[in-house]
Design a protein around this ligand. Structure first.
Ligand SMILES: [Fe+2]
Length: 386
């Protein structure tokens, strides 16, 4: 029998080409009259967003567009957003963007309703005391899974760290996954987000907190991502590949929403916190080296992953199947053009020794890793990755 699990999802998850057009009606169903569309600067000018704003006005609402989300958003920016939302009288947040915008909206929704809450006190598991304003998530990349997860990650520049807030109170009310929004996304963003999704699937499958449903979802995600990601990078307008990748990202998000991620994410955070390496790129850079470490003693766990990647494992030892799976992950990252060495990001070698204790602070993720991670092991992995 499988281990128990707790599957917390938005009340509605819609996956359909064109479904982002439902933004206004979903917000209205949540009682919104003054919805706030939350975006970063790059999505702020998109014609799709203009259509959604027009749709909200046509439905008799008075929308606000808050467009200041920064990549890897600093926690302090949340207070400004929350104050602006309160001043406007916003009653629902609609995130339109990648993981940064969705994470931001999930936390801003809580702060807008409860001004006394401090973000740094919410870091960790289940510290958010109540649900905030209703939220609708519209991902425009295929990777973060933030539309269905309970996690939001922020940077804290004063201590050069990225930290995660995980709480059932931050699960969105509705997620509108519209693969059409990812058409034409630039290659490097497609690649980084897509590799992030692959890492979500692999890490949640291997996580010590995994369960049968996580594993089924993770393998389904791997089956979609592996044959389609490079195709999305090469052919940005390939709707079949984009749809498959969006489905892979969504199912990987559902998988890690239950079981969490592990060592790759923990070790990627200091790359973002101190050196501002974008999340997906940081994960891809760490993937190979953490998985190499995980292979030892955990090979059998990689066999179903290898099979989901399309590797014929009959007659192979678990060790061979596991290293074939790892080779295929590395090859996919390379084919997509994502960097795999820390030095390629301009990170100095001596940073490895201070990033190790920083990564160990991600106890939630470090503790999930299938092979026990000590600070010494983490430092050595960083050095190999350098
Ligand atoms: Fe991630």
């Amino acid at each position: 029998m499988t281990r128990p699990f707790n599957f917390r999802m938005p009340r509605e998850v819609i996956f359909e080409a064109g479904c982002s057009a439902l933004a206004a009606s979903k917000a209205a169903a949540l009682g919104a009259k003054r919805p706030v569309f939350v975006t970063g600067r790059s999505m702020a000018e998109s014609s799709e967003l203009a259509r959604l704003l027009d749709g909200a006005k046509a439905a008799g609402m008075e929308p606000l567009h808050w467009r200041e989300v920064e990549p890897e958003p600093p926690a302090a920016l949340l207070y400004r957003a929350a104050a602006d939302i309160r001043d406007f009288g916003g009653d629902c947040l609609i995130a339109f963007g990648g993981g940064s915008s969705m994470d931001f909206a999930k936390m801003a929704a809580v702060l807008a309703k409860y001004p006394a809450i401090r973000v740094d006190e919410m870091v960790g598991s289940e510290r958010v005391p109540a649900r905030g304003l209703p939220t609708v998530m519209i991902p425009t990349t295929a990777g973060s899974g933030s539309e269905v997860s309970a996690v939001a990650v922020f940077s804290f520049p004063e201590d050069k760290m990225k930290k995660g807030v995980a709480s059932g109170n931050m699960v969105a009310d509705a997620a509108l996954v519209d693969p059409l929004l990812t058409l034409g996304l630039p290659a490097h963003i497609t690649a980084a987000a897509g590799m992030d999704a692959l890492v979500h699937a692999v890490e949640s499958y291997l996580s010590l907190g995994t369960n049968r449903l996580t594993q089924d979802l993770a393998l389904a995600a791997i089956r979609k991502i592996v044959p389609n990601l490079a195709l999305c990078v090469r052919e940005p307008g390939n709707i079949g590949a984009r749809t498959a990748q969006a489905y892979g990202s969504l199912t990987a998000g559902m998988a890690f929403a239950m079981s969490g991620t592990a060592g790759v994410h923990a070790m990627a955070y200091p790359l973002g916190g101190e050196f501002h390496v974008p999340h997906g790129e940081a994960n891809t850079a760490m993937l190979r080296w953490v998985m190499e470490y995980n292979l030892e003693g955990c090979s059998e766990k990689f066999v179903p992953i290898a099979e989901a990647m399309g590797i014929r494992t009959e007659g192979m030892s678990p060790e061979r199947a596991a290293s074939a799976a790892l080779d295929a992950m590395i090859a996919l990252g390379e084919e997509c053009g994502v960097k795999t060495r820390l030095r390629d990001f301009g990170i100095p070698k001596e940073a490895c020794s201070r990033m190790a204790p920083a990564a160990m602070k991600e106890k939630r993720l470090i503790g999930n890793n299938p092979r026990k991670l000590t600070e010494e092991a983490v430092r050595k992995i960083y050095e190999r990755a350098w």
